[in-house]
Design a protein around this ligand. Sequence first.
Ligand code: SF4
Length: 291
Amino acid sequence: MIELPLVNNNKRERKPSWLRVKLPVGKTYREVRKIVDEHKLHTICESGNCPNMGECWGAGTATFMILGNVCTRSCSFCAVATGRPPDYDEDEPRRVAEAVKLMGVKHCVITSVNRDELKDGGAAIWAETIRQVRLQSPTTTMETLIPDFKARWNALEVVLQERPEVVSHNMETVKRLYRLVRPQARYERSLEQIQRTKDYGGMRTKSGFMVGLGETEEEVYELMDDLLAHGCEIVTIGQYLQPTKHHLEVAEFVHPDIFKKYEEIGLQKGFKFVESGPLVRSSYHAERHLI
Ligand code: SF4
């Protein structure tokens, strides 16, 4: 459920020119920084070392990460800290909503860490966060990038019944690489989560995955077909970047032309929207996905 990490490592010098990004500066950036800090919130932008912070925060948006900043899973691509999280913060939903209101965004994206140790996987806090945002910013639309809740489908329903406009769940990689990339996740379980969301009705379904992990083009098309067969309408595709030397190495820096090809083929296959590019992350340009 977590987004793609940023950067760099021991192979920084080999990064191609198309991965260069804007430095995080400017008045709007500083205002977002202040809101996040004063409300003691976490963002996947920071925890995931996202390369787009200069652009997104500079445009006044950020993706909040709820249920703390320690994840119970240890995906080998992800920059978010892993371990046993402290108790969750019951006031976090109110502070997230207040921050969304202060930022004045028309559309917001919220994600979370995995909280597999909780009976409901954190679904109650998810639902309360959606309610609080609706209360404080009734015209703001929402994308919730949620976990698989370890197939506790009643927990998924607790979130879905709050009806965020877009519900996303990231596949992250192709089927063959699951054990390596997402050892505590299951390819079929994530597809089932998307199918159940689609079947619940009334919300846009979205997913995202990384390339550059060693997958083949055929495997990417197989993943697209599986997503479409399970009701996914929107997909994001971005380059994997190794957050630290302890994470998986980049197998390939995929050329922008291939991203363009994935976009064209994804649209031909039937996705309503494909956001595909080296720096694309699941919340990148998320307001465009409200189709
Ligand atoms: S792409 Fe998403 S995670 Fe990255 S900076 Fe933008 S809002 Fe944050």
